[in-house]
Design a protein around this ligand. Sequence first.
Ligand code: HEM
Ligand SMILES: [Ca+2]
Length: 705
Amino acid sequence: MTQPTERTRLLPEVNQTPVFDTSINRERKLRVKQFQCCLCAIFLSILLVVLIATVAYSINNSEVPSDNSTSGITNDNETILILLSNTWPILDMRYKTQTLNDNTKWEKNLEAGRKALKEKDEIEKNAPSLPVHSPSYIHQKIVATSEKAKNLTRFGYIVEHATRHMYSENVSLPEFSKLCARNQMECNIFQKYRTANGTCNNLKRPEFYGVSYRPFRRALPPDYADGISKPRVSKNGKPLPSARSVSLMVHRSYYRNDDKFSVMLAVWGQFLDHDITATALSQKSNGSTISCCDSTAVTHPECFPVQLDPIDPIEKYNVTCMEFVRSAPSPTCCLGPREQLNQVTAFIDGSVIYGADEEVTKILRNFQNGTLKMYVTKDGRTLLPISDDLNDGCNREEQKTNGKYCFLTGRKLMNKFDLSPQKRGYFGNYNDSINPNIANNFATAAFRFAHSIIPGLMKLLANDNSNPEFTQMHKMLLDPFKLYTAGELDKTLRGAMNTTLKNHLFEGTDEHVKQPKMCGLDLVSLNIQRGRDHGLPGYSFWRKHCGLKKPTKFDDLQNDMDNESLRNIKSAYRNVDDIDLYTGALSEKPIEGSILGPTLTCLILDQFVRIKHGDRFWYENSQKPQAFTPEQLDEIRKTSLASIICDNSDNLTVIQAKVMERLNSRNDYVSCLKINRPNITLWKENFSYLALTGGSINVVTAEEI
Ligand code: HEM
Ligand SMILES: [Ca+2]
């Protein structure tokens, strides 16, 4: 059976009847659903810029919080100057790997890898799976890993164990001239549209840069306990403090309602995140989940459960261990340390909507008027299609009552890095030497900063905005079927635009302490544990990477963190180099007026610079044949998330123009009819281009750089 993915499992053409009505592919009047892929991707890009701009806006324009005694701010100008003095994007540090090629020299290593895979498959037969619909089950299912990823990561497993064998045989690494053998791929330089999997975007590295199903980029060499794949340990060789202890000790609840932004900012952020990162998790060879906390059963080699201290508040609920399965090893073309697999394209190309490879794209499309398949509710409204897996953790009636899943950069910098959208004209800084691939640190730590701004309660607002209802965020997230009821979609949209974000940088939810029985999972612990699983070096090394002062002792961080955070960090960790990136970076004093400290600013900026400057199909680029005309670009610039929401909601008639900002007198309701929209008639397909090339394909052969 195909594995579900969070993104899009469609009903197959025949005979699958989930709990709810199957779809009749009917078209509905809504205009936006008919957008072509490229258009939607552009809108995504613009909205990304809005997101960054919003964060950036906060960096320069927010009021300094009144309670500086706890949060403080970092020395803004000095930090910005340090950041600016880096060469951007910041150079990745290379490290040694050994090219895999047909050379039989490696065959015995690969043989050892294959043997390890067989052994794993054998152990797995007796290792338990998780109970369907337990929180961890849902977690493993929604952190979706596709069938394709599963098969690829099996090769990753072989490579990892081949590397281990090579090391154990004490084979010395010979000098190498290039990191990996590069296959040569032929690309059509006249290709007007992006490919679904990102290939041929970069003509120098057509099958690697930005492409889906490739390993995450390493900005710093990994720090594994054994140099190959075992999760990071303390500098003194002992285990690190448990991720859960760090979560409880350092990530204290520190609520301060941020009244500037609405939950829509986070909703958008997460949507964007899913366009650029999706880490493959380990699963059994038959695709089932892996349970790690049953001490009486066989332990799966990919288990890395979070240990709990006897004093943990969860203990009283008889929970002694937190489920955690490692991310799957990515196949690489080299023998070397373990890498993780990004299942999606690094470009902001709408892969979250259309799929990140050709096969998925085909499954999703109607092949009629450029429409996607949709689910049509009884009352004729269209929603996303339903998963075809009854056990995907969501697709169940009982889930309705059983929602147990519980989880809780400044304008100056933006301008400097050309991250702001142009008001007119083209963006001229495409650079084919830039590797846009998503950094492991970005997916695993830096961009997860936003987990700290999600409120526990969501407002639901009916038409007249009176009598708000409240629902717990985690319940709402796992109850998509509520949207089948007329009015619920609009209530949820209004709620997201009218609930303000939390700004608890030193994140931690009341829930993860008070209601652990409900959760069994704590997102902060997962983030920390994930960083160790991926061998992310400690926080201090990332400071150095960003040009900031690398601490050699805890007290060196006195100016960078507030007293309480530093005190807690000191009591949690033994060595300053042990501090996890997620914890250290979130504990930094924010740059004045921002919610992000310097390390997060640096890592996030670096990634977005790469995504924009390294994308040949960026909507503002002037390269032909894909370039838009200046007139088309002007139309695109009229798009806003507000107009998209107006067009796709059921009966929303008024909206604030800046939906990611709170409704207020300067951002008040306006009629949906008054919101600007692009004139899409400028996109009437021009076939003369095909006629010009006579339908023939000009091929450029990719070179090595
Ligand atoms: C209600 C809101 C959210 C929930 C419940 C949630 C939950 C999760 C969970 C369970 C994971 C996987 C944890 C692991 O096992 O390692 C995850 C990963 C992640 N989250 Fe969130 N998240 C939310 C919002 C956000 C937002 C707003 C952002 C960013 C703006 C974000 C960024 C990320 C990133 C980058 C990852 C790694 C994704 C990957 O590579 O697979 N999340 N989140
Ligand atoms: Ca993408």
